[in-house]
Design a protein around this ligand. Sequence first.
Ligand code: HEC
Length: 135
Amino acid sequence: MVAAGAAWGALACNEQGAASSSPPPDVAAAAPASASALTPAVRKEAEEVFNSRCVVCHGPRGGGDGAASAGLTPPPRNFQDKAWQSAVSDEHIEKIIAYGGGAVGRSPAMPPNPDLADKPVVRGLREHIRGLAAK
Ligand code: HEC
């Protein structure tokens, strides 16, 4: 604000301040710090990795209906399932991507991706998966 520091200025700012300072905290609350750290490059990389490594089982829209899903029991997760989306934590999604189903008490048919484990693309994949939820 203006540094002209008169009492009048402070009063005037009060009103404006209340109106204009509310959006930033809301935005910050809606987006976890980890999500805001994702760059466009990471998002693009995540999409490419999803298409090359995940679609074969999870399907192009994450419906759990990829070409290699047929013989799998349990089947690959359907990411469009809203109940699953709200029940699962971001942490769990990132962990299963990096370390595989066997590491988190799920089917070992869900493969680990050790080469990605400590890379931002794991968060990108998590965000991509979140974006596949049914609207
Ligand atoms: C060979 C097939 C296969 C591939 C490839 C595959 N998945 Fe999976 N995925 C599965 C199966 C099967 C499950 C179900 C595991 C279960 O419910 O026990 C699963 C489950 C998941 C889950 C949900 C875990 C849960 O607890 O519900 C996530 C998230 C996931 N996969 C992400 C990915 C991502 C991201 C990729 C690509 C990097 C990928 N998967 C590649 C087969 C696969």
